[in-house]
Design a protein around this ligand. Structure first.
Ligand code: IPE
Ligand code: IPE
Ligand code: MG
Length: 241
């Protein structure tokens, strides 16, 4: 082995020797409704403030050097909510894409969508397709889970793997929506709930987990930085030793 390049040495000093840096973090953005309820406001306001938390986080992402941030925005079970609430969420999505797409492009964000998003309203599908094309050359991946369910994703992947031959873990993994993303390092859920709610079931097999009490609208880039620092101190074993 040759001498360690100076830049690697500098990086090792910042991180501490041997401390792993997370490449891929996913967040279950929960607690918009409770944030609003605490203030006597409609749930829709909580969702609006939730979108602002997303915007703030994406703006603060660059220096964190993450390769990929995955956000759970709408689950395959969220259709059970009232028609009005589902409508509010879809309209927020439309507005967010319109208002923030240019900034994504300018900041090198590469959008990726996971889940059964092609069955959303046709105008949303068209907007997302346009957003995917326009951010295709971005450096940092922002993956958004829309109409996403982990069980559905695994079932779809297994069916595709079966059609191609053997159903092995590797063959299923190659067909998951996340097949082109780095392995999941850290899964965070806000709002104090301690469950996965059908999010990234397969990918979470060896991910580190962090459950925080912060309600999603209160989540700041500093919270993510704290989570990354906490991750760097963890020891991952993958069943060995
Ligand atoms: C998360 O906040 C946003 C979505 C699920 C879309 P919630 O709406 O689940 O907020 P709580 O859990 O009711 O507080
Ligand atoms: C998970 O939160 C889905 C998203 C954050 C998009 P929920 O609020 O829907 O989950 P449950 O119902 O508490 O399990
Ligand atoms: Mg919730």
């Amino acid at each position: 082995m040759g001498a360690t390049p100076a830049t690697d040495q500098a990086a090792a000093r910042i991180l501490g020797a041997g401390e792993p840096r997370a490449r891929h973090v996913a967040i279950i953005m929960d607690g918009n409704g409770r944030w609003a309820k605490k203030r006597g406001l409609p749930r829709a306001v909580g969702h609006q403030r939730g979108v602002e938390a997303v915007r703030r986080l994406v703006r603060g992402l660059e220096p964190m050097k993450l390769e990929c941030l995955t956000l759970y925005a709408f689950s395959s079970e969220n259709w059970k909510r009232s028609h009005d609430e589902v409508d509010d969420l879809m309209n927020l999505m439309r507005r967010f894409i319109k208002s923030d797409l240019e900034e994504f492009v300018a900041n090198g964000v590469k959008l990726k969508i996971i889940g059964d998003w092609r069955s959303l309203a046709p105008d949303i599908v068209a907007m997302l397709e346009d957003a995917l094309a326009r951010t295709a050359n971005g450096r940092q991946i922002l993956a958004v889970a829309l109409n996403y369910g982990g069980k559905h994703e695994i079932a779809r992947a297994a069916a595709k793997a079966a059609a191609k031959g053997a159903i092995t873990p590797e063959a299923i993994e190659a067909q998951l929506d996340t097949h082109d993303l780095p392995p999941l390092d850290l899964l965070i859920r806000t709002s104090g709930e301690i469950r996965l709610s059908n999010f990234l079931l397969w990918q979470a097999a060896y991910a580190e987990m962090l459950f925080v009490d912060t309600l999603w609208p209160d989540f700041k880039p500093e919270h993510l930085q704290q989570a990354l620092d906490d991750f760097a101190r963890r020891e991952r074993r993958y069943g060995g030793r």
